[in-house]
Design a protein around this ligand. Structure first.
Ligand SMILES: Cc1ncc(COP(=O)(O)O)c(C=O)c1O
Length: 418
């Protein structure tokens, strides 16, 4: 039968029967057929407080009783002003200006537009190409695909993407020594030295590349990137759509390196999975380049739903929960349990186990080793969805230890039982 609803990343000919969620509470997803699943991946890493959270529900209904949305063109409102101020307060010092949009991909588009126009506004011509990282993923819109590595997501469009430059992340993971990281820094230095006159920005997922396979790299690389970008007049852009709001153990991954990018993008957990929203933050130096007496230098971008009042209120309430309920401690506890359990997981198919913050990923030798995994996990009451050959968990931060162990036990049994 033909499906009216077209699903993401899905061969619709093979789609088959999908589990149907009818309710959620906490980390539990309740299905129409009576089963309940523990959500191991926070609905694509967004639902950090779990489902149906009373405080977030209250923020939503309270704002809906006033107004749900008003255009941000020619009009302003409290929730947008308050959220912008809160984001400036909690992000690394120096990111003083906030541009809202409606999804992570669009937030990336805005960041790349800002970077290209920044140089034009400053009267520097020819700087319009990007540097990004192999295995990186920045979204599905066109410019976001251009800075993402080749993958199943970009394959059909490779002939129309205007590619920039790609570099490998350093080897050795988070704790790599300076010596191990240096060759990757040298490649960056060589590239910028040769091509900086054409390069607008270097965009990275700081510390962890998520959708591209959960690869973790050293903060030393980000520190070097910061000084090389400044030296060669290239903007540094951190895409924290996946890593932001505590996922890596710090509120923002940039903090691991104590580095401030010129532009930073937030999404996903920003609105705790309640609705789509994103924020692109910029330094005063970037912002000031857009100032002028006419429209010529203005940022000509304005998604209809930018600064949506419901989204802003939920984000504000979510930030309060993170701060007041000591979420970074919850993330630390999740990290310890994952590390503990991962230590026991071994097998000839295991290529690498990677853990940071509330992220645990196991790379297997081949994607086919995960055939049938999703169904088997569901039978055990757990919702996990591997990416390629990587089996991973990114649970809501409110998960309790018993639920976390249930997820890890499903992963362990699949790998060790082979
Ligand atoms: C690092 C990163 N950037 C951008 C995006 C795109 O976000 P969205 O799916 O909200 O467009 C994603 C989504 O997975 C992401 O992981």
């Amino acid at each position: 039968m033909q499906s009216i609803l077209w699903y993401p990343y899905t061969q619709m000919k093979l789609v088959g029967h999908l589990p149907k969620m009818v309710a959620g509470d906490g980390v539990m997803m309740h299905l129409e057929d009576g089963r309940s699943l523990i959500d191991g991946i926070s609905s694509w890493w967004s639902v950090i407080h779990g489902y149906n959270h009373p405080a977030l529900n209250a923020a939503l209904t309270e704002q809906a009783g006033k107004f749900s949305h008003v255009m941000l063109g020619g009009m302003t409102h409290g929730p947008a002003l308050d959220l912008a101020a809160a984001l400036v307060r909690i992000t690394p010092e120096g990111l003083n200006h906030v541009f809202f949009s409606d999804s992570g991909s669009v937030g990336v588009e805005v960041a790349l537009k800002m970077a290209i126009q920044y140089w034009k506004n400053k009267g520097v011509s020819g700087k319009n190409r990007m540097v990004s990282l192999k295995n990186g993923y920045h979204g599905d819109t066109f410019k976001a695909m251009e800075v993402s590595d080749d993958s199943d997501f970009t394959r059909s469009f490779s002939d129309v993407l205007h590619r920039g430059f790609f570099l490998q992340i350093p080897e050795g993971g988070f704790d790599a020594s300076a010596e191990i990281v240096q060759p990757a820094i040298d490649r960056l230095q060589e590239l910028l030295a040769e091509h900086h006159q054409q390069i607008a920005a270097f965009i990275v997922e700081p510390i962890v590349q998520c959708a591209g396979g959960f690869r973790i790299y050293s903060p030393l690389y980000l520190q070097a990137a910061r000084s090389l970008c400044s030296k060669y007049n290239v903007l540094l852009v951190f895409d924290e759509v996946a890593t932001g709001f505590g996922r890596t153990g710090r509120l923002f991954a940039a903090e691991h390196a104590a580095v401030v990018p010129d532009i930073m993008i937030l999404g996903k957990a920003l609105t705790a999975g309640y609705m789509g929203h994103a924020a692109t933050l910029a330094t005063t130096e970037v912002y000031n380049s857009f100032l002028g007496d006419g429209y010529e230098k203005a940022l000509m971008h304005g998604p209809t739903f930018m600064g949506n009042a419901l989204a802003c209120q939920i984000a504000l309430r979510s930030i309060r929960l993170i701060e007041e309920d000591h979420y970074l401690e919850k993330v630390q506890r999740i990290n310890e349990v994952i590390r503990d359990q991962f230590a026991e997981i071994r097998g000839e198919w295991v290529v690498e186990k990677r853990v940071i913050g509330a992220i645990g990923a196991i790379e297997l030798a081949d994607a086919s080793l995960l055939n049938g995994f999703k169904v088997s996990a569901m039978e055990a009451g757990v919702w996990l969805r591997p990416i390629g050959n990587v089996l991973y968990l990114m649970p809501p931060y409110i998960i309790d230890e018993r639920q976390l162990l249930a997820i890890l036990s499903v992963m362990k049994k699949w790998i060790m039982g082979r």
